[in-house]
Design a protein around this ligand. Structure first.
Ligand SMILES: NC(=O)c1ccc[n+]([C@@H]2O[C@H](COP(=O)([O-])OP(=O)(O)OC[C@H]3O[C@@H](n4cnc5c(N)ncnc54)[C@H](OP(=O)(O)O)[C@@H]3O)[C@@H](O)[C@H]2O)c1
Length: 169
């Protein structure tokens, strides 16, 4: 059995996830959530995300980096040239699979994702990187927590891909 594909993302209501190579919001509780949920997992991520996340290998994370730049090869870092190759590698490595973005990887994997760990930030922010529309797909929310800090209101949700016919009772 292949391991489930988990996507983890923090997204504004207008689907913005990034600006100028950085997160468009600074939410310490979300950063802690992201670090906790990705600890000990195989993290699949794009080159830009990898290059800014200096501590990606801390806490037992195994990075699978999508890139055409073979010079990024390093001990314990797995490189892949496209999403199918990255997912095959991720399946062969020990640990849960967490797809961490950016935009193109999310776009290519959302249609086949089993679970979405979504932090929905209840605001619209300017930015240049988007998460694909997910709200039209069928999900079952298995967990939710509403939260807020001095700047933002946000909701953590775990959304399971709904399969099979809807119940009629
Ligand atoms: N809010 C969040 O949860 C979240 C999550 C992730 C990222 N972000 C934000 O998003 C931005 C970074 O994301 P990004 O989309 O600009 O960049 P990215 O995906 O991190 O990196 C882009 C590079 O990765 C490689 N790549 C990505 N997708 C690929 C694919 N499907 N097939 C082959 N190669 C692929 C290519 O590398 P080469 O050029 O080396 O070939 C591409 O130039 C930042 O602002 C970051 O803060 C936010």
């Amino acid at each position: 059995m292949p391991k489930p594909l988990n996507l983890i993302v923090a997204c504004a209501e207008n689907r913005i996830i990034g600006r100028n190579g950085r997160l468009p919001f600074d939410i310490p509780e979300d950063k802690a959530w992201f670090h906790e949920k990705t600890a000990g997992t195989v993290v699949v991520l794009g080159r830009l995300c990898y290059q800014v996340w200096k501590q990606v290998r801390d806490d037992g994370r195994i990075p699978v980096v999508l890139t055409s730049d073979a010079s990024l090869a390093a001990p314990g870092v797995h490189l892949a040239r496209n999403v199918p190759q990255a997912l095959a590698l991720a399946q062969s490595l020990p640990g849960e699979i967490m797809i961490c973005g950016g935009q193109r990887i999310y776009e290519e994997t959302l249609p086949i994702a089993d679970r979405l760990l979504l932090t929905l930030v209840h605001t619209e922010v300017p930015g240049d990187t988007w998460f694909p529309e997910w709200r039209h797909l069928a999900w079952r929310e298995s967990w939710r927590k509403e939260s807020a800090d001095a700047n933002y209101r946000y909701t953590f949700s775990v959304l399971e891909r709904a399969t099979g016919a809807p119940r009629t009772d």
